[in-house]
Write a protein that binds this ligand. Structure first.
Ligand code: CU
Length: 158
């Protein structure tokens, strides 16, 4: 019996040690062109651990819903589509940026000004939750392929 108890305790400790969080850097959100419209969030995810991680879902208290997105070239057109996951290699990093991955917020619930936080919670493949406060930035509206105003050019989204 003693040996059994020891094994259980050791197992729990090992599981905890593996749950290393991703580090989030430079998280920022695009200012919605129309108040309470859509926003996109960008950041750098760093994985200091020796196990590959991935972001498998995202939630937010600040908008109707949030989705992981990736931009892909399709028939010569840049298209944004939902991403199943965003992988972050062990001892590596991934940048969410224009033309790549982003986190899309639909119907932001508050009127934002530059410097305000937009909050999202990333869920990792091991179940870990990583809260992120992205700082709202103005401008950049004419740059890149992100339809931050209406979202009307995104497939399947009205
Ligand atoms: Cu998007």
């Amino acid at each position: 019996m003693k040996l059994f108890a020891f094994t259980l305790a050791f197992g729990a400790g090992a599981a905890l040690a593996q749950t290393s969080k991703l580090k989030v850097k430079d998280a920022w959100a695009r200012m919605p062109l129309v108040p309470q419209n859509n926003s996109a969030i960008y950041m750098v995810l760093e994985n200091p651990g020796t196990t590959a991680r991935s972001v498998v879902s995202v939630s937010t208290p600040d908008a109707d819903r949030a989705e992981l997105h990736e931009t892909k070239m399709e028939g010569g057109m840049m298209k944004m589509m939902p991403a199943k996951e965003i992988a972050v290699p062990a001892k590596g990093s991934v940048e969410l940026k224009e033309g790549g991955y982003n986190i899309m917020l639909f119907a932001v619930k508050k009127t934002l000004k530059p410097g305000d936080p937009l909050n999202v919670v990333l869920t990792l493949n091991d179940g870990t939750k990583v809260p992120v406060a992205a700082t709202v930035r103005a401008g950049d509206a004419g740059r890149g392929g992100m339809p931050s105003g209406s979202g009307s050019s995104m497939p399947g989204i009205k």
